[in-house]
Design a protein around this ligand. Structure first.
Ligand code: RM4
Ligand code: MN
Length: 392
């Protein structure tokens, strides 16, 4: 085998093993605080969301699980929903807790000054672990809208103590093989001080909690200009990167399709992953999408996002690691940078198309979905009834 054949072999193998998790809420109606534009064919319940996620997997071959959001995806029998998912060819993935949509949470959930409200919030986190037991999910993903809008509104350190206490209770409830992924977000809805605003705060809590607690990076949750790949590298080095919520942004938490606004950033992130050999499922990094599709049709938007992540990954895998290391050792700044750019500028679409064909898939997932008639079918079947939305 020549060196280039060996490289191709390695790249193909890694791409075949890649797994990207979709999000149930990406299939429901969503919008901004100005307007939710309803779409035709939108799922009416969690079963239909799972069915749509399975369609994404059917056409991409690399999206075999779908994350749930509780209570948006509340059902009577989670084991039955897991069975339904399996029948459709997917599994249920991370369970996302929602402690941000109840009147009680106006001043916070797990950091609320009122112990009664904190109890309610922690009980919800525990309920989510019960759901995980029923669905067989590994990850509990926690994002808190908690924070304060005005200086003096509450005691910042006391809120951190309350947070630590709540996380501890949920952490202690986790079973073997279950994990807690702690997400951070710079601001919004709290504007003065968010309780988990950055990776450092999330990391400090995870460190105190123990090995089952890991940080999750939502790519949309940073200030403009933040070097996200640096955070990736630091967390990987510390063994504390639990996963990603991929999406893209221009200004704030825009939740646009992953790799749409800044495909180069996605490449740089995946480059850190590849360098640390963290693409392998055993490395424990969950590659999830967390997006909303407000104006574009949802299923093809998710397919496109999955493909964008695949393309960034393929480019990252093509970086000539030996040449890069040699240039770095030699202090050759321009050569090192050129190695990265060469990989980034490679058109990997033919390679991915070939891999799909080898796997018995249509090489063009977007076209295949459009031709499949699935949209026409759900548009007819799901007409009327109450469509699921991000608040339902
Ligand atoms: C949050 C955060 C969470 C997601 C919700 C819908 O901003 O990103 O991961 O569950 O939005
Ligand atoms: Mn997220």
């Amino acid at each position: 085998m020549t060196q280039s054949e060996a490289t191709r072999d390695r790249v193909e193998q890694a791409l075949r093993a890649q797994r990207i998790e979709t999000a149930s809420w990406a299939f429901g109606n969503s919008g901004t605080r100005f307007k939710v534009f309803a779409q035709e064919g939108v799922p009416r319940d969690p079963y239909e969301k799972v069915a749509d996620a399975a369609v994404v997997h059917r056409f991409t071959g690399v999206a075999p699980s779908v994350a749930l959001h509780i209570p948006w995806d509340r059902v009577d029998d989670y084991a039955d929903l897991a069975r339904h998912a399996k029948e459709q060819g997917v599994a249920l993935g991370a369970i996302n807790a929602n402690v941000f949509q109840d009147d009680d949470y106006k001043l916070g959930s797990v950091t609320n000054p009122d112990p009664g409200v904190r109890r309610k919030a922690v009980d919800h986190l525990l309920e989510c672990v019960d759901v995980m037991d029923a669905t067989g999910s590994r990850d509990l993903k926690l994002w808190f809208s908690d924070g304060i809008n005005y200086p003096g509104q509450d005691d910042v350190r006391a809120r951190q103590d309350r947070l630590a206490e709540a996380l501890r209770e949920a952490y202690d409830r986790l079973g073997d093989g279950q994990r807690m992924l702690v997400e951070y977000k710079l601001f919004e809805p709290a504007f003065y001080a968010t309780d988990v605003p950055d990776w450092g705060t999330a990391y400090a809590h995870c460190l105190q909690l123990g090995p089952k607690a890991q940080v999750v990076i939502d790519t949309g949750h940073h200030a403009p200009g933040t070097n996200i790949e640096f955070i990736v590298a630091v967390l990987l080095r510390a063994g504390k990167l639990g996963g990603f919520d991929f999406n893209s942004r221009f200004y704030a938490d825009d939740d646009l399709m992953a790799g749409a606004a800044d495909p180069f950033q996605l490449f740089r992130i995946m480059h850190e992953i590849v360098l640390a050999d963290a693409l392998r499922p055993e490395a424990g990094v969950a590659f999830m999408l967390d997006q909303c599709h407000n104006i574009e049709p949802k299923i093809p938007a998710v397919i496109r996002s999955v493909m964008n992540v695949q393309e960034a990954t393929a480019k990252a895998l093509l970086v000539d690691a030996d040449a890069l290391a040699a240039a770095q050792r030699a202090g050759d700044v321009l050569a090192a940078n050129a190695v990265l750019m060469d990989a980034y500028h490679t058109d990997v679409r033919p390679l991915l198309a070939e891999l799909r064909a080898d796997a018995g898939l249509d090489p063009d997932p977007m076209g295949a979905y459009a031709r499949s008639g699935y949209f026409e079918k759900i548009r007819a079947e799901r007409a009327g009834g109450r469509q699921a939305g991000w608040d339902a």
